[in-house]
Write a protein that binds this ligand. Structure first.
Ligand code: NI
Length: 128
């Protein structure tokens, strides 16, 4: 079983192939796992909800497009091949005028809406 698990893990991952499987905005999918961290891929468009993660730092790496990360005291714009780390405890709200594809890197079990539960909350993430 361990050998099978390793075989499944040791595959080349093509980001574009994975992104083509994502049809829904704001629904992160798990594309990889290492050391208790998940690599998630997500597409979004529009404005998310204000939230924070009390125990997790969260990395947003832009694969395609651009978006704004609103923080309470400033707003940063992220372009393709730029990343930004939101430290634990810091309130944030992503917003994208046009569709953007983002890679998230954060501890497994991190909830997308952090300390809030609402229509955007995804408890069970698909693996792609
Ligand atoms: Ni977050």
């Amino acid at each position: 079983y361990l050998i099978l698990e390793k075989f499944i893990q040791m595959q080349v991952v093509n980001i574009n192939d994975k992104l083509s499987q994502i049809k829904e905005y704001w629904n992160p999918a798990i594309a990889g796992e290492l050391n208790g961290q998940h690599i998630k891929l997500v597409k979004f468009k529009g404005t998310f909800v204000w939230h924070k993660h009390d125990d997790e730092d969260e990395m947003f790496y832009v694969l395609k497009g651009s978006f704004n990360m609103e923080l309470r005291d400033k707003k940063v714009t992220l372009h393709e091949h730029e990343f930004f780390i939101v430290p634990r405890g810091v309130e944030h709200r992503p917003e994208a005028e046009e569709e953007v594809a983002v890679m998230l890197f954060e501890p497994a079990g991190t909830i997308n809406t952090g300390n809030t539960v609402n229509a955007f909350t995804k408890m069970e993430l698909q693996k792609i």
